[in-house]
Design a protein around this ligand. Structure first.
Ligand code: BG6
Length: 364
């Protein structure tokens, strides 16, 4: 049921304030500044014992996994990384007893991710799931987990499930952080920020008409770059992925820091860049990169915060509300969903069922 929306993707984007409420509900403990994740089936001592975190997922779930890895490193100070489950399963991975493996999947049926879970279990590793569909193959195979409660997602291009994955990682990072050196006060700071997310997402969605105008401009280009640095890089990757999936435009994500090591050669009037420029400790460096792109004739659309001062730079902006810096990727991703959606709408493509893609790839 489209509920009056023209596409499931539009509906699912608009549902995010409520779907984020659902993943948070009952899981925030103000007294101890921690997330209560009983479904993980891990004791505080077990949580405390992990030396590393390895996140596995495919496609967009993998990119959100990268967002999650950064959150876990920042809040819990445990080495964490994400890998495409489709690669992991084919490379004889080293499975360690003191690593927490996290499988991320909307459907819970993606065969590459499911296989990775079985391989980890077979070698004695501890794997938990961050899954949307209750009772799905991956949810059942994992020894514990956090359900996303995003509700059914129909559009092939995932939106509300991804946002809940990112929020789920914030909860897991909090749980891992609070059995280590994250203070109660810092835990509370993150809890307060998590609680504010639904209202902040709503305020981004209110800017849909402006974002639609930006989408018309970028849809005119044959090819574009998405760039971000550290927290912003997986945001750029997911933005590019969504863009290419439904608008069939070539969109390439790079680390902003890597531009000068190669891709800058491609910049000219015909190649616009969507730049993730949050207000954080790297703003100055990101602005310098924007300046370098502009100096080569490249157009830039920035996804940024209100207090970032672009000075003389003539750069159109999509402004998102500020949260705690560790959680910035959650909100920075939202306008990129709308950008991809409206670009595809402008170009007249089948938004909910893009060519060559399935909602979940369940066969080899
Ligand atoms: C891909 C879908 O095949 O699988 C993507 O086209 C999705 O949209 C990816 O992100 C992973 O799916 P899931 O269900 O495991 O999150």
């Amino acid at each position: 049921d489209l509920g009056g929306y023209p596409h499931y993707m539009a509906k699912e984007i608009q549902e995010q304030p409520e779907s984020v409420e659902r993943i948070i509900r009952g899981r925030l403990d103000d007294r101890f500044g921690v997330a209560r994740l009983d479904g993980l089936n891990l004791t505080p001592r077990e949580l405390r014992g992990f030396a590393r975190v390895k996140i596995l997922g495919c496609g967009s779930a993998y990119y959100v996994g990268q967002i999650g890895a950064t959150m876990i490193e920042e809040l819990a100070r445990i080495p964490a990384d994400a890998e495409a489950a489709s690669e992991f399963r084919y490379r004889n991975p080293i499975i360690e007893a003191d690593t927490l493996y996290i499988a991320v999947s909307q459907s819970g049926e993606t065969i590459d991710t499911a296989f990775a879970v079985e391989e980890i279990k077979r070698k004695g590793g501890r794997v938990v799931g961050l899954v949307n569909v209750v009772g799905s193959t991956i949810a059942r195979a994992c020894e514990g987990g956090v359900y996303l409660h995003a509700g059914p997602e129909i559009a092939v291009a995932s939106t509300k499930a991804l946002t809940n994955m990112a929020v789920g990682f914030a909860l897991i990072a909090l749980a891992l952080g609070r059995v280590r050196d994250l203070s109660n006060a810092d835990g509370q700071r993150i809890i307060d920020a998590i609680r504010a997310l639904p209202g902040q997402i709503k305020s981004i969605l209110d800017f849909e008409p402006e974002i639609a105008e930006h989408a018309k401009t970028v849809a005119a280009a044959k090819s574009l770059f998405f760039v971000g640095r550290v927290r912003g890089y997986p945001v750029a990757r997911e933005g590019a992925q969504k863009f290419k999936e439904i608008s069939y435009r070539h969109a390439e994500a790079y680390q902003t820091s890597e531009l000068k090591h190669g891709p800058l050669a491609l910049i000219d009037e015909a190649l616009p860049t969507v730049a993730i420029v949050p207000s954080d400790e790297l703003t100055g460096r990101n602005l310098a990169a924007v300046q370098q792109i502009k100096a080569r004739g490249g157009a830039v659309l920035a996804v940024t915060h209100a207090d970032v001062d672009f000075g003389e730079l003539d750069v159109p902006r999509i402004v998102v509300p500020k949260t705690e810096p560790e959680l910035d990727p959650i909100l920075l991703t939202i306008p990129l969903q709308l950008l991809a959606y409206h670009a595809a709408l402008t170009l007249g493509y089948d938004i909910d069922k893009p060519r060559n893609l399935a909602k979940s790839v369940t066969v080899e």
